[in-house]
Design a protein. Sequence first.
Length: 266
Amino acid sequence: MRQEIFKLRQGAAPLLISMPHVGTLLPDDLKPAFSEVGLQVDDTDWHVGELYDFAGELGASVIRPSYSRYVIDLNRPADGKSLYPGQNTTGLCPLTTFDNVPLYKPGMEPDEAEVARRLPLYWKPYHDALQAELERIKSIHGYALLWDAHSIRSVIPHLFEGELPVFNFGTSSGASCAPGMGEMLLGQARELAPHYPAVLNGRFKGGYITRNYGQPASRVHAVQLELAQRSYMQEQAPYALDAALSARLKPVLRDLVKGYLAFKPS
């Protein structure tokens, strides 16, 4: 029986939380092509669903995929164009891990035809549903808020220098949301939790989802939050959730989402 491509839970608030990198499944027909490293799906946004388990209480809609970003990256454009020209990154159908280790056995990497095959199977259904949910929210409230929820290891030399701040807000340098939204969230994070370093539009300015759907002129506002995983979990396999750390982080995260939800764009 085929696994569902994504799960969507609709809420009554003007907020959709997208979690495009929480999927951990690999299709059975693709598993033989993956290396032993690839089969581990190490670059998953581990436990993000648990961190945002307050979403229902706030009335937010939530969309999350079943399949791993190693199958296809839902936060990359369909044409595979780099979001960060000149910087190391991973592509639409990644060939390597964040540490630049091959995901596929030699000679079994996806070619153009295979990438084209995966797009309508895994990428398009998620984005069609995401777009439709934003339109539904906007039809009810007059506007829609999108929060793109991510997490990543704190130190990945292949992708960035040094250690990431805990809170990495991205608004496509202010283009994906109303003026002041990103600055409001950054200020709130620093006030609520000065022990968690925070930055706005640093290494992570927002991926395809934030940049594509965040259209303030069309009354859709989008923000990405990339969390450094050291704030709530073990950053090496088996990637266990740290109950004490996550209990400390979650109230701050909830207050940040509540603050975003309370922001009434003109």
